[in-house]
Design a protein around this ligand. Structure first.
Ligand SMILES: [Zn+2]
Length: 107
């Protein structure tokens, strides 16, 4: 009885980790703009909701611009630009996190 229970739990853990791999593969498909896709959680055809988040590169860009153009007060500019921000995608239907697009280049 106990052994059967443990086997069942192990099977569930394997199934869960397999699902995580599938979701991670889906994460790679998102870009910087909202995309139409089938939500892996609620299986609805949705247009992702993109949230622009400040990344470490946003702060770095602000620091560099601040040092070079401090007299223009440019240091606050990157916070309003999408260019240096990570983009997190959420499902508008079930509000689950779908994936993140990370900036690779500063300029
Ligand atoms: Zn969903």
């Amino acid at each position: 009885m106990n052994i059967a229970k443990m086997d069942n739990m192990t099977y569930q853990q394997i199934t869960q980790s397999t699902n995580e791999v599938n979701i991670e593969m889906d994460l790679l498909q998102v870009g910087s703009e909202p995309v139409g896709m089938r939500c892996p959680h609620c299986h609805e055809e949705i247009m992702t909701r993109a949230d622009y988040k400040n990344s470490s590169k946003t702060h770095l860009a602000a620091l560099i611009l601040g040092l070079l153009f401090w007299w223009l007060c440019c240091c606050i500019l990157p916070y309003f630009l999408k260019r240096w921000k990570n983009v997190e995608h959420f499902c508008p239907n079930c509000r689950r996190f779908l994936g993140v697009y990370t900036r690779n280049k500063l300029f």
